[in-house]
Design a protein around this ligand. Structure first.
Ligand code: SF4
Length: 335
């Protein structure tokens, strides 16, 4: 079925809690050691899931954090989402809470995929980035556990000035893990990531390499925060070519207290699910509608032949300029 991004997101990323025991350099969430008492309750989560049943088709939900395993009602939340027909994925932190029995329970409850963060081929880069020694070894162990439990494994890699030099060896390691998907997150200078500067020239080099890499592997390879990857991986601009997913266009983020954002990296909220149903915020809010309106884009993104497909990263535009409709400063396409 062709997706109409005006009506339904393809992906809802849902931050169940901001609590986490890791301390990652790039953390979008500025994670906390303890849960916020104002987090959405299980009953409220179920209410939001009921409201989202009006999306057609139902979006895929990825429960993230913080660390979703910090919630003692996580099993009930998974059951509620699976029961309502959503494809459910989990993005846990690799801490002692994540074990093979936990993975087996998720698989039994109907979780289809688990994404794990892996930012380097060796412990030196990954553990330095994640802030806890031993995390790299445990991540590889849990990656094998995900596959053995019968779920799809997605590896998430943050691409920044700190990790980019290790991407080639990481590209050799990732296929050995049995992945279904490798998702590369091109850093947005927000949260703790503000300190990891990232230049357009570097991004251009990485996207070119990634396009060649993607052509050679059998699993899915995607670039988050870099919608211009579309023109690297398939340079032909055919009429009617569908838009790639980006902030508010196929994507919605719900934070731990119910505030709704176009993505986890664009800190402009359309409202809160405690006051207005999530589908109304996605379809009708001025923020979401505005971000889907390519006519509002400025600078090079406003005059680019690729606007309807790409449109640039709205999160990066906002992080750098304070204007979510400004040009994506990391795109080097001459227009
Ligand atoms: S100028 Fe903007 S719309 Fe055009 S390819 Fe670059 S980021 Fe995408």
């Amino acid at each position: 079925m062709a997706l109409n991004y005006e009506l339904s997101p393809h992906l809802v990323a849902w931050e169940l809690t901001r609590a986490c025991q890791l301390h990652c350099r790039h953390c979008r969430a500025r994670a906390l050691r303890h849960r916020n008492p104002d987090e959405l309750t299980l009953e409220e989560v179920e209410g939001v899931l009921d409201a989202m049943s009006t999306f057609d088709p139902l979006p895929r939900i990825i429960f993230t954090g913080g660390d979703p395993l910090e919630r003692d009602d996580l099993s009930a939340i998974i059951a509620a989402a699976v029961h309502r027909g959503h494809a459910v994925a989990l993005a846990p932190s690799v801490t002692p809470r994540l074990t093979r029995p936990v993975l087996a329970e998720w698989a039994a409850r109907g979780v289809g995929a688990v994404s794990l963060s892996l930012d380097g081929a060796t412990p030196a880069i990954h553990d330095g980035f994640r802030g806890v020694p031993g995390t790299h070894t445990r991540t590889l162990e849990m990656a094998r556990g995900v596959v053995e439990a019968g779920m799809h494994l997605q590896i998430n890699t943050t691409v920044s000035a700190y990790t980019a030099a290790d991407l080639v060896p990481l590209g050799t390691l990732v296929p050995t893990l049995g992945v279904s998907s490798w998702e590369l997150f091109f850093i947005i200078p927000t949260g703790r990531a503000a300190a990891t500067a990232w230049r357009g020239e570097d991004q251009d080099t990485v996207l070119g390499w990634l396009a060649r890499y993607r052509a050679e592997v059998a699993f899915r390879v995607t670039a988050v925060g870099a919608p211009q990857f579309a023109r690297y991986s398939d340079p032909e601009l055919r009429p009617g070519r569908p838009p790639v997913m980006r902030e508010a266009r196929g994507m919605m983020f719900i934070d731990h207290v119910g505030d709704v954002y176009p993505s986890g990296y664009l800190p402009l909220s359309a409202g809160n699910v405690r006051n207005r149903p999530a589908p109304a915020l996605y379809r009708e809010s001025g923020l979401f509608r505005g971000l889907r309106d390519n006519d509002r884009l400025a600078g090079r993104c406003g005059h680019c032949a690729w606007t309807s497909v790409c449109g640039g990263s709205r999160a990066r535009a906002y992080a750098v300029s304070g204007d979510a409709w400004a040009e994506d400063p990391n795109c080097l396409l001459p227009v």
